[in-house]
Design a binder for this molecule. Structure first.
Ligand code: SF4
Ligand code: SF4
Length: 222
């Protein structure tokens, strides 16, 4: 899932003081799962904004809505009446949702209310961890399901770097060393020998180097 984190309410409020009708728009999918932008967070953000704006001498109305997803045209359309009625929207969707909202409603300003931080999963209540950097050429099988691009602080393809201590990364002792985890897992699988083979330099053209990427499913493309 896409993991996001709420922005500081004052950062958002500072951008809204010249508007009269504000809509806080949530997204009921990834950002709801990571408790940054679902219906509940929309209510909390809207209340906090009302207070922050009053403190700035602004009497704006703050309305609330939540789309099932802000990254699907059909689902964006379902909240179009509320968006059209607002002067400005604070979107609690990930960056993809915010970009789609701009595409659909330009020139209406859509202000991000969260920071999109990574692709990851919920480890336990209140803790989400990064697991994939969307490199465009998944080779996670080589490293027993632990992605060194996303989880090694240096994104080493052939690790470890030699700096880890007691299984922790030299960059941050709070972090597990990804390569320590990879080695331990391969050892348990009796496949440690696979690391004797050097992984060649990656072809990063599948990643961000060539600009925005696209995926085409030919049978479906219209
Ligand atoms: S190899 Fe690439 S696609 Fe696979 S998990 Fe790592 S970053 Fe994600
Ligand atoms: S200590 Fe481990 S996780 Fe940290 S940079 Fe080195 S190999 Fe990567």
């Amino acid at each position: 899932m896409i993991v996001a984190q709420a922005k500081d309410i004052n950062e958002i409020a500072d951008k809204l003081t010249n508007y009269e009708k504000i809509l806080v728009a949530g997204c009921a999918t990834c950002v709801a799962e990571c408790m940054a932008g679902g219906e509940k967070e929309v209510a909390i953000t809207a209340s906090a904004l009302r207070m922050a704006l009053r403190l700035r001498g602004c009497q704006a109305q703050v309305a609330e809505v939540t789309a099932d997803r802000q990254c699907e045209w059909e689902l964006i359309e379902e909240i179009a009446p509320q968006v059209e009625a607002a002067d400005v929207v604070v979107s609690l969707a990930c960056g993809v949702g915010v970009a789609c909202m701009w595409d659909r409603f330009e020139p209406k300003p859509i202000i991000p209310g969260v920071n999109t931080v990574f692709l990851g999963h919920r480890e336990k209540p209140g803790l989400w961890l990064e697991r994939c950097a969307a490199c465009g050429d998944c080779t996670i099988d080589r490293t027993a399901g632990i992605c060194p691009i996303a989880r090694c602080a240096k994104s080493l393809q052939n690790g470890p770097c030699g700096g880890s201590t007691d299984g922790k990364c030299e960059i941050d002792p709070e972090l597990d060393c990804a390569w320590h985890l990879i080695i331990e897992r391969l050892k348990a699988m009796n496949q440690l020998d696979t690391l004797r083979e050097n992984t060649p330099p990656r072809d990063w053209s599948t990643s961000r180097d060539g600009g925005p990427r696209r995926v085409v499913v030919e049978d479906v493309e219209e």
